[in-house]
Design a protein around this ligand. Structure first.
Ligand code: LAG
Ligand code: CA
Length: 482
């Protein structure tokens, strides 16, 4: 369950938060496929409670009403068509699976697919679930439970969300049927929402009953779905990420916190020469890595001081380091703009999601940020693909916040997070030649629109990153783009 089954040469997924299925399919064909992205995490595809009284917050999608594939992102046919079109251009789809709970109790009780529920009786007829399918007696997780009571963290309600009992055959069957239907449609795996709140032994049974990936969508024989379990473990709690790594991969929340600290200037970049398990991170093969996610970019979930698109210069530095470093399986965040941390995606007066528009410079409009379309970010996705499995070589630092390194003999990157200029003659690992920096510009008609780097026959080059430059990164690599 730890292999994402990316198409050959691809390494990176992006979370297209709250995107509609038709828009995702278009994005696969016009951008993500051609640019070498490996996959997409999509918002939960199953029916959720419509919460009009809060003007359709993003988090209504974390309140399941049923496993019918109808949401604001689209219906089952649109979902199936998206998976087909994305797989056809080499981009995999991973589903955010909410299997810990159903909805909370609300005055409104109609779902995005038209299903209703009777919250007072724990009755969700469209699944169907009844009271006996939930943990009983009902209780709510208290803050102190995280320190000392694993039983309550797993069997009581998370924020009042009705807590399913995954120990029961009926519940397991409903969940496995839902997930297997998605595998049949061609998805490559799942994010397991709130995995900390479920017993590892129950999850193990559920995973073991999942079918192999669909060979009609280009997957090899006997391929298991990629599973990354959302476990927030920043240390000091009764439940550890290590209870989940024997089952499948785990979201490594410490990764983005540490890199955010570095690129916010609270820890020197030079220390990153030992980044990885030495820093208390999971084994590389167990880790799904990211800087921010849909929760902590708006102070939900683990919270903490995380870089996001709102601090773009430092954010791009952290993202570029994530993509340049061989540790983990990276996931990019692609956001909609927000001030109000509860606000849902751009929507019209009827609550329909408004599609992102694409500006002439390739960026998004209509309220969508589309970090994955920022040149500095998509260029580093290609850089990582080119670096492949090459190890870090030729590490250099100035004893402070200027660092540089190579991956194998394919790709070179440098960062300057000091407030003085970087101007160094450094050993790259690249053949002699003229390269375009893929951060400050692109290569057009064999000329660089940004910085040019001349690598000499000894492999050395002058590397210049001014402290006032638009970005703190410089990156070159083999291949046509650089
Ligand atoms: C997750 N991971 O474990 C998701 O990443 C996270 O986004 C989900 O919370 C959570 N677990 C449940 O799937 C989000 C919001 C919550 C929201 C919840 C359900 O962060 O704030 O709770 O989704 O919509 C909301 C209200 C609560 C209320 C609850 C129940 O904010 O005040 O008690 O709904 O009605
Ligand atoms: Ca639970």
């Amino acid at each position: 369950f730890k292999n994402p089954h990316y198409a050959a040469g691809r390494t990176t997924m992006v979370h297209l938060f709250e995107w509609k299925w038709n828009d995702i399919a278009d994005e696969c064909e016009r951008f993500l496929g051609p640019r070498g992205f490996g996959g997409i995490q999509v918002s939960p595809p199953n029916e959720n409670l419509v919460i009009r009284s809060r003007n359709r917050p993003w988090w209504e999608r974390y309140q399941p009403m049923s496993y019918i594939l109808t949401t604001r992102s689209g219906n089952a046919a649109q979902f199936a068509s998206m998976v087909r079109r994305c797989n056809d251009v080499g981009v995999r789809i991973y589903v955010d699976a909410i299997i810990n709970h159903m909805t909370g109790t609300w005055n409104e009780n109609v779902g995005t697919g038209g299903s209703t529920a009777n919250f007072g009786n724990w009755h969700y007829p469209a699944v169907p679930y009844g009271r006996n399918d939930f943990n009983w007696p009902q209780c709510e997780i208290r803050p102190e439970d995280y320190g000392n009571n694993a039983e309550r963290v797993r069997n009581c309600e998370l924020s009042g969300l009705k807590d399913l009992n995954q120990g029961l055959e009926h519940v397991r069957n409903m969940l496995v049927n839902y997930m297997n239907a998605l595998i049949e449609m061609g998805v490559a795996g799942f994010r397991i929402d709130a995995a900390k709140h479920m017993w590892p032994r129950d999850l193990q049974v559920i995973y073991s009953r999942l079918r192999n990936l669909n060979t009609a969508h280009g997957f090899p024989n006997n391929a298991r779905p990629y599973i990354y379990q959302e476990v927030i473990d920043l240390g000091g709690e009764i439940i550890s990420r290590n209870e989940y790594t024997p089952l499948a991969a785990v979201t490594e929340f410490r990764f983005g916190l540490e890199l955010s600290r570095c690129f916010m200037g609270q820890n020197q970049l030079r220390w990153l020469n030992t980044f990885g398990p030495h820093w208390g991170l999971l084994a590389s093969g167990d880790a799904l890595t990211f800087i921010d996610n849909h929760d902590n970019q708006r102070g939900h979930g683990a919270g903490g001081n995380i870089l996001t698109f709102k601090r773009a210069r430092q954010y791009k530095g952290a993202i570029a380091f994530m993509l340049a470093h061989p540790y983990g399986k990276p996931q990019l965040m692609s956001s909609f703009n927000f001030q109000d941390t509860e606000a849902g995606p751009p929507q019209d007066a009827s609550g329909n999601i408004i599609s992102p528009s694409i500006n002439s410079d390739g960026s998004c409009g209509n309220g969508w940020i589309c970090e994955h379309r920022w040149r500095q970010i998509f260029s580093m996705v290609a850089w990582r693909n080119t670096a492949g499995t090459g190890a870090i070589v030729n590490w250099w630092d100035n004893g402070s916040n200027q660092i540089a390194f190579c991956r194998g003999s394919n790709a070179f990157v440098a960062f300057n997070n000091d407030n003085w200029n970087m101007n160094q003659n450094l050993q790259t690992c690249l053949p002699a030649g003229r390269y375009c920096d893929v951060i400050s510009g692109t290569k057009v008609n064999n000329n660089c629109t940004g910085k040019t780097v001349n690598v000499g026959s000894n492999g050395r080059a002058d590397i210049v990153i001014g402290s006032d430059d638009y970005d703190m990164i410089l990156a070159i690599h083999r291949g046509p783009e650089s």
